[in-house]
Structure formats: C-alpha cells, structure tokens
Design a protein around this ligand. Structure first.
Ligand code: HEM
Length: 159
C-alpha cells in the first residue's frame, strides 16, 4: 500500500530545534543563504563568512575597508573575499560580536515524502499454500513409498 506522509517545513524546523535541544543547551540560529541575502541594505546588512552569519549593520560606518565592500558582500558566501583582504587577528576577534547565527547548509525541506510499504505480492500467497501443502504431504508420501518398497521386498522373498 502506498502511504503519503506530509513533512512540512514547520515540522522540519521543530525537529531541528528538538535535536539541537537534545545535543546542547544553547540553540544556534540557523539561516538559509536565501534568508541572509534579503538583508542587503545600509539599514540592514548581513554577511556570511565561513558558515557563520554576521549582522554588520552597526559596523558599516566603522569598517576600515568601507561600507560598500560589506554591502557588496551580501547575498553570497564572502569567505574568500574576507580572506583575500588579509584581515588581522584583531579583525577576526572583532567580527565575533556581530555573529547572529549559522548558515543552514542542509538541502531545502522536502515538501512531501512518499513512503512505500511493500505490499504482499499475490504470488506469495500461492507460495505459502504450496509450502503448507508440501508440509502435510511429505510424511504420508514418504511413509507410502517406504511401505511399497517393504511390500515389494516381502513379495519378492515369498516367491
Ligand atoms: C564582520 C566582518 C568584518 C570585520 C569585523 C572586518 C574588519 C576589518 C578591519 C578591522 C579591517 C582593518 C584591517 C585589519 O585589522 O585587518 C578591515 C579591513 C578590510 N576589510 Fe574588513 N571586516 C569584515 C568583513 C569584510 C568583508 C566581508 C570584506 C570583503 C568583502 C572586507 C574587506 C576589507 C578590506 C578590503 C579591508 C582593507 C582596507 C584597507 O586596508 O584599505 N571586510 N576589515
């Protein structure tokens, strides 16, 4: 029989939260790249570096590299650009305070998952019947065979 179970995005979010709770007491915010890329303005600017999501809105004016580089780093994984700029140890320390979560790298939620349960094939019923018949007939058939042989030997001796 074909069973169709709906796995909604809400269910997946709930599952992830529950799993996270099980594994640690701190819950990490997970953001998809699509979600992070929506924050791409001077008033609301998020960037993704090395699997982490940073809200650098408050840092735009202070960034020594300028706000334009940060704005153009939105909507993508800017790890390479960040590394290419040769940021110092201090810069790496500083960025920690702007971290708001992690990038959710898992594939998009499956809207519907079809679970196939193996149906009992019609031929398997025939097989079962054959098995039962074989069980019931084996012993009488064997007994009959032995009796025939014994009778034949007996008859031959008498002659
Ligand atoms: C939270 C993220 C970031 C923080 C906290 C940060 C911080 C800094 C700091 C402190 C400097 C001064 C030099 C240093 O100490 O290394 C700097 C320079 C620079 N940053 Fe960033 N940065 C960030 C993200 C980025 C990104 C994503 C890019 C590129 C897409 C970038 C491009 C640059 C460039 C080009 C410079 C060099 C400026 C120059 O020397 O004229 N930064 N950054």
């Amino acid at each position: 029989m074909l069973q169709t179970k709906k796995i909604t995005p809400d269910f997946i979010l709930w599952l992830r939260r529950e799993k996270g709770r099980e594994m640690s007491t701190t819950i990490t915010n997970l953001y998809s790249m699509q979600e992070a890329s929506q924050h791409n303005t001077k008033e609301d600017c998020w960037i993704v570096i090395d699997g982490k999501v940073y809200d650098v809105t408050q840092y735009l004016d202070d960034h020594p590299g300028g706000d334009d580089v940060l704005l153009s780093a939105t909507g993508k994984d800017s790890t390479e650009d960040f590394e290419d700029a040769g940021h110092s140890k201090d810069a790496r320390e500083l960025m920690k305070q702007y971290a708001i979560g992690e990038l959710d790298a898992s594939p998009p939620a499956i809207a519907e998952l079809e679970i196939f349960t193996k149906e009992e094939e019609p031929s398997s019923l025939t097989h079962k019947l054959m098995d039962i018949t074989a069980q019931y007939w084996t012993y009488p058939a064997a007994a009959l065979g032995v009796s025939v042989v014994v009778a034949a030997l007996f008859y031959a001796r008498k002659k």
